[in-house]
Design a binder for this molecule. Structure first.
Ligand code: ZN
Length: 197
């Protein structure tokens, strides 16, 4: 099973590294190697950062990193699930935990020359598990502070557990993908109508 990038937000794509199509559990970041692959595919790390992290941590260290990253993901999933339905509640314990992770954020500012001229960019130094967790936590922080909680949705498809941020204008997105769950729901509704008539 391939990694899914249907979340319309990096933090939602992160949650989608574990999902259950048709009741069977799929883990995209089960070990260090698959974690590195996902981080690259998701654009969390570029090739240089990924090579550097893997060199620093080694294979065993990367496996241990995957355990920590999965823990962060499940913690975030539980919190985000509560946040989207009850955004007004007191989340001070969760916020404290998030801030602890963010404290390790290693940001460097760089000026680079592009075709358009000079550009200032942020660059993360990711040399340890804490640095990596901090970058993922920062994407979660972006979701919490910049987006509308009610627009974080889980797919309405039967048995589908994928998440996405609904960025459509009318806010009526219901499915992970129109071709996948959307289409299956359409077919099911069509059959239902046929049975009734
Ligand atoms: Zn779906």
């Amino acid at each position: 099973m391939q990694a899914q990038f249907i979340g319309s937000h990096p933090a939602a794509d992160f949650l989608n590294t574990a999902f259950e199509p048709h009741g069977e559990h799929v883990e995209i970041i089960g070990d260090g190697k698959s974690l590195l692959e996902w981080l690259l595919a998701a654009g969390v790390l570029d090739a240089e950062q990924s090579a550097r992290l893997s060199r620093k941590l080694g294979a065993k260290g990367m496996d241990a990193a995957a355990v920590e990253v999965r823990k962060l993901r499940e913690w975030a999933r539980a919190w985000l699930n509560r946040w989207r339905t009850a955004p007004g509640r007191d989340y001070s314990a969760e916020i404290t935990s998030l801030n602890k992770l963010l404290a390790s954020l290693n940001v460097r500012h760089e000026v680079t020359r592009t075709k358009e001229g000079l550009e200032r960019a942020e660059r993360f130094d990711i040399d340890s598990v804490d640095d990596l967790l901090a970058v993922l936590a920062s994407q979660i922080a972006d979701l919490l502070t910049q987006e509308d909680p009610s627009l974080l949705k889980s797919c309405a498809g039967d048995g589908c557990t994928l998440w996405f941020l609904d960025r459509t204008k009318a806010h009526r997105r219901m499915f992970c993908s129109a071709a996948g769950c959307g289409n299956r729901a359409k077919v099911a509704a069509f059959r239902e109508r046929q049975r009734e008539s």
